[in-house]
Design a protein around this ligand. Structure first.
Ligand SMILES: [Zn+2]
Length: 1010
């Protein structure tokens, strides 16, 4: 399977990196920038001059310098960013006009008056090589300069503008890192961060004088600007920010005068600036433990001003917290600005962070703290974020979780554990060491943020907080303003603890092997309790066992080391402790060990509860909910559903929902039980599901004799999902073998003796008739965001009794569903169908023909939920299914037209009208539709008109994008329109469909992916 390949190649590259590390001593390059630009806030451009002094501190002679020209990532549809945005389903950008895009040009690199050749990367236009005129020897510097011009894109990722609010990040030419492993040139990505050289910046920005600017670095000798900012802060303090949050944000006109702001920064590897004329300003300062004072600045607009009124407090608290836990903040200020940000909740740059919209004060505090924290994990400890996102995001999120525990002790902090279960239970989790660009969206969260947070918290519990903090300080002191690699972190931890930590750095970080400890037995002997613990997982990590009081508090914790997979061991706790009574014991009571199955971590009894608890899905619970139902014959039904939560997926999922009909007085309902298996390694399959579902409802009512008949449909199946080409692939292939077993009640009559003419019948009761159908279905789905499609190939075999004889047939069909996107929100939808009988023992009067228009009475496989399955008049008879020929017009059954025991081919088209609906409603759409079908009929009465071409068209109301539809026929071929007219007025001619798939929670849950 693919992740084995990823793992193997990562292990290999890790090995290569280790070898390199042993061969070459550590070095890092130095880059000193001087940049002068002016902002044009009407054209949304910057223009000016760029220069750098590049100092080669490597032992190698350089012939070229790899440059990142990241504004070019926004230039066209072919960049790595554009492709990734498409994968992230950003179709607005894909179909956007040229004005939205951005780029960098006017680059003419030179050194000492000598022109330097710029060679663009063949694949990525945001990477280029500057060829040096003379090779750059070790310990030599070169000065390179160029004019530059940047067209600022509309905000879609990180660099951009929303009207006259500017987010100037990755906006200038920047060398890629050159280190022991060589050049690290990488295209700009939305999911995937950065790696840059340390040095200094001297940046001058000219712009209209009423812009508030927040930037990396210190503002140079500009008392007038500082005074202006102080006045702005004083003015802000007089505002009612709660009230302003409700008012719209408008941009004041730009001042005719300009100002030039000069910033200098040392010991940083990036420079970002943000300019906005609307900003309110709050300024404060905080003193660190080493008596260093840090200025904090908050800059924001009306939107969320009610939360931002306390932003300076969050900034101060974050700077102080990280300084205490990791190491003292070395810079003069920490600034947070509020701005449009499409790449996520917040984004970090040295000394300055940008924060997008937030949902409340707590969210703002956490996002500000997290982004400020990146000054340590990214800014000062500048690891390769693209390759080892867990080193910056993971360690930062770990400290974040400690901040939350400190200042919000009652905050629920379990999303990482829940997300891990969600992915891992369906075999979709990737190892923490996965490259950012190879991780799926949820896995990026989990590998970069969630799982490392759990792991570092586990390590902290194992080592003790004081020891952990001392090691973090050592790591900070050794590696500040440098580029640490995972091995450097490992060496720091191993040297400080004197322990081999391969279980952490090799097994837990480099693989997605499972942790599953289980409490097997507990036995009381004397004043002690003896507990048997087994390792059912694949990893041998230290695990904690805690005794807990009856109030749930932890009394005593013991650590168990070296419990190998498939082994068990016994440990002992005293029965009473600290005068509290020992009530239970629990493995990993802190919930940090990524235990895949915590059901067996404590001796917890099964609980029966109303409704599911999605926040604690691991609890042993039987959930139940009252449910309602209805159809034409059963009328109103009331029942109860017993189920286990479908998310995260379990090996065994079930829903059992018996109901009672107050009309037919039948017991009705449904159940669905499935077993899911996700093989772990070297398997030719991705998933195996074995299941059975069943339902039973009434399907008819006979008014004359006053009886109901019902049906039972049983559907056992095996479903296999074939391996995906890679984890990010949108291709899904499934093979499903299923059996459909139908029991239908048939009324029994006797002819009353001495028959008169006409004979009189007497209803004598019902008899259950059984039949069965076999299906083999292959599905190929490409869920890509542009032009997705889904193809289903089905072989259906049935054996049934008709005309007092056993009949059988084999039917093959192929159905393709294609979406052809012609704008971000509009598409043409094409469905093509071809089906035919390979053999059929009743070629003339087969009971289960192909249908041009499938409707309530022709749903002989009971595939859909029907309101009135047997109705041939009134509105219930107007329910159709989009299957077989997919026609929307329910043609009369008495006609020979529209069904076939030979073959049917059809195409069904529907299209979006490129008009936006009012009020932003997009779950309701009016679409024109057109169906065309060609079929052959073999009934003897048909005669020479055996093959036919039918078509019809009209308007449909699509509800919930495929959940339901209402169809109004407007045109068609003559025979069809004659039948349409015979249906009655317009109200009787419309038809409707409901997609049953959306009413099966277990099936939906299995197909939900993030
Ligand atoms: Zn982050």
């Amino acid at each position: 399977m693919n992740y084995n390949f990823i793992r193997a190649s990562l292990l290999l590259s890790g090995l290569v990196a280790t070898l390199h590390a042993q061969e070459k001593p550590y070095f890092q390059q130095r880059v000193d920038y001087t940049i002068k630009v002016a902002l044009n806030d009407e054209a949304h451009t910057i223009a000016g001059n760029w220069a750098m002094r590049y100092t080669n501190q490597s032992p190698d002679t350089l012939h070229y310098i790899y440059m990142h020209l990241y504004p070019n990532a926004y230039k066209n549809r072919h960049t790595a960013l554009a492709q990734q945005l498409l994968e992230e389903r950003n179709l607005d950008w894909w179909f956007g006009n040229k004005d939205m895009r951005g780029y960098i040009d006017s680059l003419h690199f030179s050194s000492n008056g000598q022109k330097l050749r710029l060679e663009y990367d063949k694949q990525h236009i945001d990477i280029a090589k500057i060829h040096l005129a003379t090779p750059l020897a070790p310990n030599q510097s070169i000065d390179i300069q160029t004019p530059m011009f940047v067209k600022i894109p509309e905000t879609v990722s990180r660099l951009g503008h929303v009207e006259q609010s500017y987010q100037m990040t990755q906006w200038y030419p920047k060398p890629a890192v050159y280190d022991r492993d060589g050049w690290h040139a990488m295209p700009y990505l939305d999911q995937g961060e950065f790696f840059s050289e340390f040095g200094s910046f001297d940046v001058e920005i000219t712009l209209p004088s009423n812009y508030v600017v927040g930037a990396t670095g210190e503002l140079q000798q500009n008392e007038a600007e500082l005074q202006w900012l102080r006045e702005r802060a004083a003015w802000t303090s007089r505002q009612n920010l709660n009230k302003l949050a409700l008012q719209p944000d408008t941009f004041p006109p730009s001042s005719a005068n300009t100002k030039t702001l000069r910033y200098r920064a040392d010991n940083v590897h990036d420079f970002a600036w943000f300019a906005d004329k609307r900003f309110y300003v709050i300024n404060d300062s905080v003193r660190l433990a080493n008596d260093h004072w840090v200025q904090v600045w908050a800059m924001f607009s009306n939107n969320d001003a009610n939360y931002w009124k306390n932003a300076h407090l969050y900034l101060k608290r974050a700077v102080r917290f990280y300084s205490d836990v990791v190491g003292n903040y070395p810079y003069s200020h920490a600034t947070a600005v509020q701005s449009a940000l499409s790449a996520g909740g917040g984004m970090e740059y040295p000394m300055i962070t940008v924060i997008g919209d937030v949902g409340g004060s707590y969210d703002l505090d956490v996002v500000i703290m997290h982004e400020v924290g990146h000054n340590w994990f990214y800014g000062i400890l500048a690891s390769n974020e693209r390759e080892y996102a867990w080193l910056d995001e993971g360690m930062n999120s770990y400290v974040e979780s400690r901040y939350i525990n400190t200042y919000y002790p009652h905050q629920d902090n379990r999303q990482a554990e829940l997300a891990y279960w969600f992915l891992a239970r369906r075999g979709g989790d990737q190892p923490i060491c996965t490259h950012s660009a190879d991780a799926t969206g949820t896995n990026y969260y989990l590998t970069a943020y969630g799982k490392p947070t759990l792991l570092f918290r586990h390590l902290e519990k194992y080592l003790g907080t004081a020891r952990m903090d001392s090691i973090l300080h050592q790591y900070f002191d050794t590696w500040k303003f440098r580029h640490p690699y995972p091995n450097d972190l490992r060496r720091t931890f191993e040297a400080a603890t004197g322990e081999q930590l391969g279980w952490f750095f090799d097994d837990w970080i480099m693989t997605n092997k499972r942790v599953d400890f289980a409490l097997r037995r507990q036995r009381i002997q004397g004043d002690s309790i003896y507990i048997t613990i087994a390792n059912d997982g694949e990893l041998n990590i230290p695990v904690s066992i805690s005794s807990k009081s009856d109030t749930g508090s932890v009394l005593q914790t013991q650590w168990l080391k070296g419990l190998a997979p498939r082994r068990d061991t016994v440990i002992c706790f005293p029965l009473t402790s600290q005068s509290q009574k020992l009530a239970s014991v629990e493995i990993d009571a802190f919930h940090n060990s990524t235990d895949i199955n915590t059901n067996n971590n404590s001796p917890e009894p099964l609980k029966v509860r109303l409704g599911g608890d999605f926040r604690n899905p691991e609890k042993k619970r039987l959930n139940f909910l009252p449910i309602l139902g209805g159809n034409q014959y059963d009328g109103f039904m009331l029942g109860v559903a017993a189920y286990n939560l479908p998310v995260p997926l379990r090996k065994v999922q079930y829903t059992i929902a018996p109901m009672y009909s107050f009309h037919s007085r039948n017991v009705t309902g449904f159940f669905d039980i499935q077993y899911n298996h996700f093989p772990r390694t070297n398997s030719p399959i991705e998933r195996l599901t074995v299941g059975i579902n069943a339902r039973s409802f009434s399907n008819n009512y006979n008014k004359n004799f006053d009886y109901f008949t019902k049906y039972v449909r049983l559907n056992p199946y095996i479903e296999i999902e074939l391996p995906r080409p890679n984890e990010r692939s949108m291709v899904r292939q499934t093979v499903r073998l299923e059996n459909l077993i139908f029991g239908t009640e048939t009324p029994q009559f006797e002819v009353i003796s001495n028959p008169t003419n006409p004979p009189v019948f007497n209803y004598t009761g019902k008899k259950m008739d059984w039949r069965s159908t076999h299906r083999l279905i292959y599905g190929f789905q490409n869920k890509r965001s542009l032009n997705p499609f889904h193809i289903l190939a089905t072989a259906e075999y049935a054996n049934y009794t008709a005309s007092s004889a056993r009949q059988h047939y084999l039917k093959l069909s192929v159905e393709g569903n294609f979406v052809l996107q012609y704008a971000a929100n509009y598409a043409v939808y094409a469905r093509v169908f071809a089906g035919g009988f390979v053999w059929n023992t009743m070629p003339n009067f087969g009971a289960m023909p192909l249908q041009l228009a499938s409707r309530n009475i022709t749903d002989y496989q009971y595939d859909q939920l029907m309101w009135g399955r047997s109705e041939q008049e009134k509105w219930a008879s107007q329910q159709i299914n989009i299957q077989d020929g997919g026609f929307k017009t329910p043609v009369a059954l008495s006609s020979y037209d529209g069904h076939s025991n030979l073959f049917i081919t059809a195409i069904n088209l529907k299209a979006d009208i490129p008009v936006a609906l009012p009020f932003g409603i997009n779950w309701l759409r009016i679409r024109p539709y057109f169906d065309m079908g060609y079929f052959a009929n073999t009934e003897p009465s048909v005669g020479s008109d055996a093959t036919r071409l039918f078509y019809n068209g009209g308007l449909m109301l699509d509800i919930g994008n495929g959940v339901a539809g209402v169809y109004m026929p407007l045109m068609g071929n003559k025979e069809l329109m004659n039948q349409v007219k015979s249906l009655g007025n317009m109200g009787q001619r419309i038809s409707f469909s409901v997609n049953s798939k959306f009413f099966n929670p277990t099936k939906l849950a299995r197909t939900i992916e993030f």
